[in-house]
Write a protein that binds this ligand. Sequence first.
Ligand code: SER
Length: 318
Amino acid sequence: MKKILIVGAGGQIGSELTTYLRSIYGDANVVASDMRESKALGEAGPFELLDALDAKAYAGIVSKYKIDSIFNLVALLSATGEKIPQKAWEINIGALMNSLEIARENNCALFTPSSIGAFGPSTPKDKTPQDTLMRPTTIYGVCKVTGELLGDYYHTRFGVDTRSVRFPGLISSLTLPGGGTTDYAVEIFYDAVKTGRFACPIPGDVYMDMMYMPDALNACVQLMETDPARLVHRNAFNITSMSFTPEILAAEIRKHMPDFEMTYRIDPVKEGIARSWPDSMDDACARREWDWAPTWDLASMTADMLRNVERKHREGKV
Ligand code: SER
C-alpha cells in the first residue's frame, strides 16, 4: 500500500483508520473522503468530498491521486438497516459495487469490512467456524454476505486483490457508531461517565463478540500487508478479541465505578438481531494465515475507555 483512499472516512472506523494509516504511510499518501465535510480529516492530509454512489466522481479521485489501495467503509449499520432496508441495500451494495469496479479498472487492492452480522440464527453460536452456514436475517447481514461473495468473485474472476474481516462490535472513544446493534458497548461508557447509569437496549445475558479499535486498525493493516501466497481465505476472516454480555461489561465497569447502575430498556429489534448473531467466533484461520493476534481484552479496554471518556468529559467535549 503506497497511495491509499478511505471512502466513508468520517465514520467510526474511518476517523481513526485515517490517522493510523497516515502515521504509517505518510500524511500525503492517505486520502480521506466522505460525503460530509470534515475539518479534522483534512487537517493532516488530503480530503475529498465524495458520495460513494457517484461512480464518476469516485473514479476521478482514484486517478487524480494514483490510488493503489481502497478501504471502502461505507455502510448503514444493522438496526438502521431494518428501518430502511431498501435504502440500506442501495447504499451498502451501491458503494461496494462501485469500489469493486473501480478497483478492477485501476488495479487497486480493496478492503471492505464484513461483520458478525453476516451470520444468522442457523449458524453455530459458540466458536463459530470460519466456514459455516450463513443465513442472516437482517438486510445488513444480507449485504455483508453478498459483499463477501462479490469480493471472492472479483478476486477469482478478475484477479482483484480483495480482502476482508468479519468485525465484531467495535468499541472506541473518538467517533460514536450509529445505528448498530453493538453500539450499547460504546454508549455505556459515555452514560457511565456522564450520569453514573445506563439503560441497556440489549438483554443482560446476550453474548456478542467485541473488539477495541486499536486492534481493529491493526487488523486492517496486517491483513492488507500479508503476502497473498499465505491467504487461503480472503472474504472474510473471523476475528475477535473478547466476547461478553451487558452484565459482564457492567460488572467490569463497576470495578472502576462501584456505584454504576445498569437498568434495561430493551429494544426488540436490536434484541432480535443480537440473538441471531454468534456468541463467540473462532478466529483460528486469521491467526494461521496472517498472524492475527489481538492485544486488548475486556479489562484493559474498559480501563482505557473510561480514561478516555472521562478526559473528554472533563474537557467539555461530551
Ligand atoms: N457493529 C455492527 C452493528 O451492530 C455489526 O457489525 O450493526
